[in-house]
Ligand binder design. Structure first.
Ligand code: ARG
Length: 476
């Protein structure tokens, strides 16, 4: 309850209520913005001097003081206190202790409203780049795994019922594509994150002759927020990133669900390495797929935060409202969760064991080539609808007599339709079914091989371009 410490103390005659102080404090989570806060302050300060708003010597003092504050925070030497509310005030107060009243000039032509928006954008930009890299890593692991399983046949499902034979490589490439779009979404979001709010001050702009473009360049922003009210009052860049996170988590969650099913005894398609599974405290035989289960579970958290953020913003009048401090815990947790999940997935997939024979035998169960039989009949000139019916009748005969399509005699088949010839056996094999699907995007070995090759080329190209190198921080 130290009234003199508050930057707004002049207007107040009463100290802040003790509980209100801790209720209002965000330092225990926004301290993670310290680096961006200092980076932004240094650029702002340099600009003030360039524009003649403060003296060069004053700017030198402030910038070197900020560098010292940074070291103190990094070495854990700056105690965080609720009565100093947030990271912005901690940095400024410590600066004042170190260099004296000239520290007060740093906040010229600036408000915490444009400051916090700047910090958050700087922070999120780095995190989004880290996520893009993590997705890329996971995609490369998927490519390697898919390449090893171009010819591994498994059942493809609809409604979780065996549908048609596909290859495991093809299945993996479906996730590759989802992740590719996820990565694009983050790249898109980054463009809108990377606009500088600083200069909006509290809400209306500032009367000082500042140079926003110079600050934007100095901090590697692509441009500046064009409207001061918008600059301090929207968090759409946070929500958009959160939505991209919720989508990548949804993809990982579906993949997790499949890995969990596939590692069950009923499927037996895959086995996680010991490093990514855990045992049971009571059942000695158990090996549980905890890594994918946790990812599936955590996807709920991320989606929940997205809803929280949308709800947080939907009723707010322009411009800044303190409600917006609530954006941080959500986005911090989202980013940490997504990064953790991408990391665990990469590790888990790099070590996963695939049981090819179990997959291949399962692919034959459930008359998965009944469509191929219908297609064969259609090639004999029978309209597809009719061909479907004939094939369906033969499936029923199999169900009733406990056989597979391949076990039916030619005579039995010809009884259903005389146009069926002995070459039908080739059509009924799962490998033939897979390799018949050479259409672009299909599951044939050769098609998947091409898909993997072009995907790898695309990845190599996209990892070379698209990223703005982050300049080393001034003063560090
Ligand atoms: N901790 C605040 C936040 O995260 C910083 C901005 C405070 N601005 C204000 N007018 N109280 O939003």
């Amino acid at each position: 309850m130290s009234k003199p410490n508050k930057p707004w103390g002049g207007r107040f005659s009463q100290p802040t209520d003790a509980f209100m102080e801790s209720f209002s404090a965000s330092i225990h989570y926004d301290s993670r913005l310290y680096r961006q806060d200092i980076q932004g302050s240094m650029a702002h300060c340099r600009m003030l001097a360039r524009q003649g708003i403060i003296a060069e010597a004053e700017a030198d003092l402030i910038v070197s003081g900020l560098a010292r504050v940074k070291v103190e925070i990094e070495e854990g030497r700056l105690p965080f206190r609720d009565d100093q509310e947030d990271i912005h005030m901690h940095v400024e107060n410590r600066l004042r202790e170190l260099i004296g009243p000239v520290a007060g000039k740093l906040h010229t032509a600036r408000s915490r409203n444009d400051q916090v928006a700047t910090d958050l954008r700087l922070w999120l930009r780095e995190e989004v780049d880290a996520i893009r890299d993590a997705i890329l890593t996971l995609q490369r692991i998927l490519l390697t795994l898919a390449e090893a399983h171009i010819e591994t046949i498994m059942p493809g499902f609809t409604h979780l019922q065996n549908a048609q034979p596909i290859t495991f490589g093809h299945h993996l490439m479906a996730y590759f594509e989802m992740l590719d779009r996820d990565r694009q979404r983050f790249a898109e979001a980054r463009k809108r994150i990377n606009q500088l709010p600083l200069g909006a001050a509290a809400l209306a702009g500032t009367p000082y002759p500042i140079d926003r473009e110079w600050v934007a360049k100095e901090l590697n922003f692509d441009g500046i927020c064009r409207n001061s009210l918008d600059a301090v009052s929207d968090r759409d860049f946070v929500i958009e990133t959160a939505a991209s996170c919720a989508l990548v988590m949804t993809h990982l969650s579906r993949f997790s669900e499949e890995l969990i099913l596939w590692s069950s005894q009923a499927f037996g398609f895959v086995e996680l390495s010991d490093a990514f599974a855990t045992g049971s405290s009571i059942m000695p035989q158990k090996k549980n797929p905890d890594a994918p289960e946790l990812v599936r579970g955590k996807s709920g958290r991320v989606t929940g935060h997205l809803m929280g953020l949308l709800t947080l913003m939907k009723g707010l009048p322009l411009s800044y409202n303190r409600d917006m401090q609530e954006d941080k815990e959500a986005i911090f947790d989202i980013i940490e969760t997504v990064r953790g999940c991408l990391k665990v997935f990469a590790g888990m997939l790099a070590e996963i064991r695939i049981h090819r024979t179990a997959m291949a035998s399962a692919a034959k169960v459930g008359f998965t080539t009944a469509t191929d039989l219908a297609d064969y009949l259609a090639r004999q000139g029978i309209p597809f609808r009719k061909a479907h019916e004939v094939s369906g009748r033969l499936v029923r005969l199999c169900v009733e007599s406990g056989r597979t399509l391949e076990q039916l005699s030619l005579a039995e088949m010809q009884a259903a339709d005389p146009r069926i010839g002995p070459e039908v056996v080739e059509v009924l094999a799962v490998t033939a079914s897979v390799n018949a699907r050479k259409v672009t995007g299909g599951t044939a070995f050769s098609t998947v091989r091409t898909a993997i090759e072009t995907a790898r080329k695309r990845l190599d190209e996209s990892s070379e371009s698209g990223k703005i190198p982050t300049k080393p921080q001034p003063g560090s």
